[in-house]
Design a protein around this ligand. Structure first.
Ligand SMILES: [Zn+2]
Length: 242
């Protein structure tokens, strides 16, 4: 896949920004809309760019409905952080607070309590705190996911060779034949029980590398409420965005 530049077109008289992806493995063009990425148009590698507005107009009714529902006419979601903004951490909304350290201070410090997440950082960084918030979430995700993976690995009876915390994976978790488990760091926004449903699912793949009857039987034994929490994740996917 190539870098995905933002394009612009008019749809029903309104400006629409979308991402164009050229994909070597795509044979036919495809349109996808979600809150985080907005409209993404995937086309075959050599597709002519002039054909894309026509493609978009062919699906105008469907697109307008989706774009309105997700409020994403402007393209990918850009999250703004400020004191008072709510952020989900381990399934609980926490109010953000930003406090200034001395000017020029390096690094940052974060305190998480039941209802708040407080960051201490240099005043110049408070102007654009998104990189710090993301770094914090990634670090927290790594700690939590690695610890819980170790915990569940003992119960499943198999441990992965490596655990990777992904930047931007489209799936919550995946397991490779070389016994590497990857997780999306945004999982840390979900309740601990939902996170466990992904961890146990991937760990069970170390025993059964498929979705066979035996796989589901093992997962049912290891973590009985997995279906319930998987459903929760499907329903709340659009809230777990950074
Ligand atoms: Zn699976």
């Amino acid at each position: 896949m190539t870098a995905s530049p933002l394009r612009r077109t008019l749809l029903r008289g309104r400006t629409l920004r979308y991402t164009l992806r050229r994909n070597k493995r795509t044979r036919r063009p495809g349109l996808e809309v979600c809150k985080r990425d907005g409209l993404v148009v995937s086309v075959p590698w050599r597709a002519r760019e002039e054909t894309i507005p026509e493609l978009i107009h062919t699906y105008a009714d469907w697109l307008v409905k989706k774009l309105d529902a997700y409020d994403c006419w402007d393209g990918p979601w850009v999250r703004e952080y400020a004191t008072g903004t709510e952020l989900l951490v381990l399934g609980r909304p926490r109010r953000l607070k930003f406090k200034a350290l001395a000017a020029g201070a390096r690094g940052f410090r974060a305190e998480l309590d039941l209802d708040h997440l407080t960051f201490h950082m240099a005043p110049e960084r408070i102007l654009d705190p998104a990189p710090v918030v993301e770094k914090y979430l990634r670090d927290l995700a790594r700690d939590h996911l690695v610890t819980r993976t170790e915990y569940w690995a003992e119960r499943v009876g198999k441990a992965p060779k490596r655990v990777i915390i992904g930047e931007r994976t489209t799936r919550w978790g995946s397991c490779s034949p070389s016994s590497t488990i990857s997780y999306c760091y945004r999982l840390i926004m979900a309740p601990p029980e939902a996170i466990d449903s992904i961890i146990t699912h991937e760990l069970c793949h170390l025993r059964h590398f498929d979705h066979s009857h035996r796989f589901w039987k093992l997962l049912d034994e290891v973590y009985p409420p997995h279906r319930l929490w998987r459903e929760w994740l499907n329903e709340h996917e659009d809230e777990l965005i950074v």
